[in-house]
Design a protein around this ligand. Structure first.
Ligand code: ZN
Length: 190
């Protein structure tokens, strides 16, 4: 499929937003090590010093989440199966007490792509008591996910009067071509 131009640009910007800070941090850390590395890690043990350097150079990747956060793809297909898994999660990673426990719903979809390949994707996760998106996905729905976004949107069928934006997930009138919230092109069919 060919994406509208503005969505292509949006994807490219998302990649740059992650990669540029990573490159800047790598340069900063490399400069610091080149100038003061032997002072900071003042030891005769060359092997130890080298491993310290390696660990330090990993920090930019840990902070920015590159390349892990870049792993995603644009996909679409038909929902074959909807799995809603309820698990217990915690609000506070620092102080995980009983008060912070809550039940979480995770919606996973088995999606059949146009080439017949079946993929399994997480479509949503959130507090179970909010019951959000619980009926959002049904078997047979055509769904679409845009690279780098957190949403899997259901494409409208002939009876639908609204369409979800693939970038920000807000609901728009089916007559609109651009999202009223973020201004990006709306995908109504593929
Ligand atoms: Zn939008």
């Amino acid at each position: 499929m060919t994406l509208p131009k503005d969505l292509q640009i949006h994807c490219r910007k998302r990649i740059l937003k992650r990669v540029i800070p990573c490159i800047i941090l790598i340069s900063v850390f490399a400069t610091i090590l080149a100038l003061w590395g032997s002072v900071i890690f003042n030891t005769d043990n060359k092997a130890f010093q080298t491993s310290c350097y390696v660990v330090v150079m990993f920090i930019p990747f840990v902070i920015t989440g590159v390349p892990h956060k870049l792993i995603d793809s644009t996909y679409y297909g038909t929902v074959k199966k909807v799995d809603i898994v309820t698990t217990t999660d915690n609000d506070s990673a620092v102080k995980p007490t009983r008060e912070h426990l809550y039940l979480k719903n995770t919606i996973c979809l088995s999606i059949e792509q146009p080439d017949g390949k079946l993929i399994y994707k997480k479509a949503y996760s959130g507090k179970a008591r909010l019951q959000q998106n619980i009926n959002a996905y049904n078997e047979g729905d055509l769904v679409f996910h845009l690279y780098g976004t957190n949403h899997v949107v259901v494409l409208p069928d002939a009876n639908d009067s609204f369409v979800h934006c693939s970038v920000c997930d807000s609901s728009n009138d089916i007559e609109n071509d651009q999202c009223r919230d973020c201004g990006h092109s709306l995908i109504k069919h593929i």
